[in-house]
Design a protein. Sequence first.
Length: 251
Amino acid sequence: MNADIKESFEKTRIAGSIAASALDEVSKIIKPGISTDKIDSICYEFINDHGAYSAPLFYRGFPKSSCTSVNHVVCHGIPSDKILKEGDILNVDVTAYKNGWHGDTSRMFEVGKISVKAKKLIKTTYESMMKGIKILKENVQLGDIGSAIQEHVEANGCSVVQDFCGHGIGQAFHKEPNVLHYGKKGTGDKIKAGMIFTIEPMINLGNYETKVLNDGWTAVTKDKSLSAQFEHTVGITKDGYEIFTQSKKFS
């Protein structure tokens, strides 16, 4: 591994660890009766206390430090005084920016006792992300990643959101390549050692179609079906990958 790649991996590892630990911190307080604003403030304080900055805050005008997406919200939910209730499912998406590098991750949380369907959706979503990650190594094609995710999701009766995708990340928050979570094997650019990007499938119980609300950020399922998402920041090596946002408490 050359010096530039080694440095980029080391710095992303630090930022990614802070982001993952922020989600561990949030997991301690998520229960019915908590507001998504409270979750956001904990994310902000934790990341700040670890010498990093919450990258979403003011990014393209986004008003908060994290995204909190509840039930049929697909992504980019804005934290508010909204109170979580028994049976809700919640995605919290955080990005820590430290020493000029980003670590981006999101995780699903159950609020109290949730439905069997919601549990299956969350399980399928996590499994699909890991299926996309586990094939990673130099010269794998981007379409192979999307195909691995889509096959698993559709085999479990769910659908893959097509309006949002994973992305290159590093000193910039979002850059090439775009990493689609659907596709055909043997298509797309080949990934190279040293690349860093996110894999973050958004999976719906119903149809894959989404729409963005009038706030310009909040994306929801058109049919109001539940949606789930997991996200890791990963780096490509010659013969595999490294997950930079792996929690020590959540595998």
